[in-house]
Design a protein around this ligand. Structure first.
Ligand SMILES: CC(C)(COP(=O)(O)OP(=O)(O)OC[C@H]1O[C@@H](n2cnc3c(N)ncnc32)[C@H](O)[C@@H]1OP(=O)(O)O)[C@@H](O)C(=O)NCCC(=O)NCCS
Length: 164
């Protein structure tokens, strides 16, 4: 074999349902990106709620590996909302955010839900691009909803994805 050949492995990922044992890893991922990180206990409490569900993206062939990204949602009276979504910095732009949101949409179709809502910072262009690609449209705007230490307040866009 040529001396210049370096063995490599293409990583692939799978999506599975969240479990309460994931709480610590979820808190660590959440901490990477949000001004007010949620604690492990908060995740444990949310996952114990009957209406809350979510998915984790994990590397295939890596037994015991922690989630690389996750999404958490809540469903009530035929409508659902995204509570949070995060993909670890090292795993971005590999399609994991899309896979996680797609898992939520498939679950909601199976549950015959009517619509999925979310709120997103108007300056969060990667997330807005992802949501638009998934068919979300803007249905509202909450001015000065988020506070940033360095840059002041920004609005939240309320987005909706019809499921029927
Ligand atoms: C938003 C986030 C979840 C996207 O996760 P991701 O795994 O990197 O996204 P994907 O690789 O699945 O991207 C899917 C599509 O979203 C859009 N997108 C994602 N990141 C983008 C970026 N940085 N710039 C522009 N578009 C982007 C693109 O359309 C992309 O498709 P493409 O790669 O074929 O162009 C991730 O950036 C993140 O965790 N951000 C911090 C937390 C956050 O903002 N959560 C949402 C709160 S509402």
């Amino acid at each position: 074999m040529a001396a210049s050949f370096f063995p490599f492995r293409r990583r692939s990922y799978t999506v599975r349902a969240l479990e309460s044992a994931d709480s610590e890893a979820l808190a660590a991922l959440h901490l990477e990106d949000f001004n007010r990180p949620w604690t492990e206990d908060e995740f444990t409490a949310l996952l114990a709620e009957g209406a809350v569900f979510g998915f984790a993206a994990v590397e295939e062939g890596a037994p015991g590996a922690k989630p690389c990204g996750f999404v958490l949602a809540r469903m009530a009276a035929g409508e659902a909302e995204i509570l949070t979504l995060a993909v670890g910095h090292a795993y971005r732009r590999r399609g994991l955010g899309y896979m996680l949101m797609d898992a939520v949409l498939r679950h909601l179709h199976a549950e015959r839900a009517e619509a999925l809502f979310l709120e997103v910072d108007e300056t969060n262009h990667p997330a807005i691009a992802l949501y638009r690609r998934l068919g979300f449209r803007e249905v509202g705007r909450r001015p000065e909803y988020y506070e940033h230490k360095a840059t002041g307040r920004t609005a939240a866009l309320v987005m909706r994805r019809d499921l029927r």
